[in-house]
Design a protein around this ligand. Sequence first.
Ligand SMILES: [Zn+2]
Length: 548
Amino acid sequence: MYISSKTHAVVAALTMGCATAMQTSPGEPTSPAITARDLSTRLYIFSDDSMIGRQFGTEGNLKGAQYIANELARLGIQPGNGASYFQDVPAYKVSIAPGAQVILDGAPLAFGTDYVTNFPASGRAAPVDSLQVVYGGDLSDTTTLIPADQAAGRAILLAIRTPLQRNPNQILARYSGARAIITANDPRVMRPWAVTMSTDTTPARVNLVVSLAVAARLVGGDPLAMRTGTPGRWIRFSSIAFTRSQAPARNVIGIIPGSDPSLRGEYVALGAHNDHLGLRFAGPLDHDSLRAYNIMANRIVEARTHATPGTPGGGLTTAERGSIHVNVDSLHRIRPARQDSIYNGADDDGSGSVGMLEIAEAFAKSGTIPRRSLIFVWHTGEEAGLLGSRYFTDNPTVPRDSIVAQLNMDMIGRGGAFDFVGGGPTYLQLVGSRRLSTELGDIVEAVNRSEPIPLTFDYAFDANGHPERIYCRSDHYEYARYGIPIAFFTTGLHMDYHQLTDEPQYIDYEHMRKVAQLVHDVALRVGNLDHRVLVDKPKPDPRGACVQ
Ligand SMILES: [Zn+2]
């Protein structure tokens, strides 16, 4: 599942606690059926540290993609892009150019510690020389923000008093007339480069994230103590430049041809994403301390949101953070600190990726295949903004109109009572299953009722206008925008979402097995229908913005 900005991530104090672990040994051969054991075996491989977090545009993501392709070949599943299991996705890495500088008071700031920039997709910076900084207010309190007309033509510095509950891009859009937006935060938590699929060549505005120390230098003191509109120092941007180079990125695609020659030309698509977040650039954290902190933080947010239903979860307030106490010593009496800097993405979306391999294996080895064909797509670049699924649906390897439905799995390995109030061993969030086709939604329910242990569907996140916008936040939407009916299966967000602690020992494999089996059985049912699932709702504009 993707988040469109991680700009304002706030990192943790430490505390004591104890993490539960379910260890399973990897390396055993998999069996034809979808089993908890096989899911575990596969997930320990796919989310291993050797994949370096599988980040879009990096070698680690290629290794993950290669593992999937090797498994498809071993299982005798047909390649999904002509003779290849891979669909190369155009991707470009944008980095700061050697020698690029931001100058304050005649001296260059240090990239990575004093500041980082955004990385324009084009790799080209809009020309700017010296700019006077003006304090633009507290981004976490919109009543303090500078009016757009006063920001025009200037560099505005924004501070953040309390962690943001929402992506600030919507707020920042009003400052399109500013020459630069400078946000005070910790530059070390930002990625020092970006990978994009865009072929746009327009020079773009360069924005900065600067350290709190640099922010104080820019306006001559703690910005939060200043009045909005306070003028500050001049900074020089003139030598900022970027490099843009090709980066490796691949969707993985396999096909199981249908059993009925008259329907074989139609496809049921299944999807997951093969990428995750890579490395933590600010350096390692102690895994067990971070996990213990996340457990405590989760309890606080859960208590708060259930005391006042309908309020957003989001990050902790400063007071809430202060209420979590540090006792690293007693934690480390259990075992020594384990430094961790790899976002393994076991649930996100290792769970969907290996769940789909198990589904493919079950179809390939059981002899029970549907009349229609099955196309399995492991998308890349989901975390970078649904890039691989956008590319596949714009450039499908089978005719787009032949895809009758898409079933997407992203984060299907959690959802227990330990993760959130209302979770449990059969909990499943279902999103989008009736947004284009009432029939598809009905089929998912009917198939679920026929399972030995039916799952308990939570449709809350499918509500129109839901603030989490889950319908817009995973690969299925790229199919839905073309009018392909979709169903999105997820066990939901949790305390380890986009954390270093999203690791395979915290996955509930039996829960995950039930979800994968359900998706297998829905694919079989949809693939065997004597008609295409009926689209009875309006189709969105494929080039428009997603509406939850
Ligand atoms: Zn994600």
